[in-house]
Design a binder for this molecule. Structure first.
Ligand SMILES: *Cc1c(COP(=O)(O)O)cnc(C)c1O
Length: 234
């Protein structure tokens, strides 16, 4: 059940965390197998600070300038910053310098630039490759067939760390049906692990407010939750 949408940020965070624990218990996964990424796009820095004060550490942003503005207001907080929006190749420098994770790599050109631009004093940038799991015209991400070649190339870049896969499947009515694309993504990750045994491929970034449980049942390790923490966006 989704609940708490009308509560405070702290109440909503608690209720989402409770849902994660319940979903993990239901499928015999340890509760700490799933990291909650609070998706804070369009939200003011004060909202992130409120969530941080309640213990939230991972935040996801979609729009670069908006994210940089908030980061400048929150330099006193030890936040793990994830960029989860589409990234144009002329905007890679700021992501390379100001984020810990990028979930939406679907082109080698972008990956190469990020690796070149990652500042030498920072650890490698954590990367998820975005897969267009339902082959939707409107969505970013590569086709599953293109994954082995892109993954091998990205794995060879020195200042990136290839962590796993991300997808935004089309919404399906029933929760059981929603698990189908998530399971497909999980199988793709297993295939990649066999292909690239040296890589730290431990991440499935999948599941949003409406389909979080289906994603957790299918092996999600990062769920990206906006609405159910911060309320509906305008
Ligand atoms: C906005 C967004 C989310 C969060 O979606 P909600 O439905 O508000 O939980 C997750 N992932 C991506 C890539 C997004 O753009």
């Amino acid at each position: 059940m989704r609940k708490g949408l009308r509560g405070s940020i702290v109440e909503n965070l608690n209720s989402v965390t409770e849902r994660i624990v319940t979903a993990c218990r239901f499928c015999n996964r340890p509760a700490d197998a799933v990291t909650l990424l609070a998706v804070s796009k369009t939200r003011p820095a004060a909202d992130l600070r409120a969530a941080y004060t309640a213990g939230q550490r991972h935040f996801g942003e979609n729009y670069l300038q908006e994210a940089l503005d908030k980061q400048a207001e929150l330099t006193d907080l030890d936040i793990v910053w994830h960029f989860i929006g589409p990234l144009q190749s002329n905007k890679t420098r700021d992501v390379a310098a100001h984020f810990h994770w990028l979930h939406t790599v679907d082109r080698l050109k972008v990956a190469r630039r990020l690796s070149e631009q990652r500042p030498a004093d920072l650890p490698p940038l954590n990367i998820c490759l975005q897969v267009n799991i339902d082959a939707e015209e409107s969505k970013s991400g590569i086709a599953p067939e293109e994954l082995p070649a892109l993954a091998a190339a990205v794995a060879g870049l020195p200042n990136l760390r290839l962590r796993g896969l991300m997808a935004i499947p089309a919404p399906r009515g029933a929760s059981e049906d929603q698990r189908i694309p998530f399971r497909q993504l999980a199988v793709l990750l297993e295939t990649l692990k066999a292909q690239l045994p040296e890589q730290p491929l431990d991440t499935l970034s999948m599941g949003m407010s409406a389909d979080m449980e289906a994603a957790i049942f299918s092996g999600a390790t990062i769920v990206r939750i906006g609405t159910d923490i911060f309320g509906a966006r305008k």
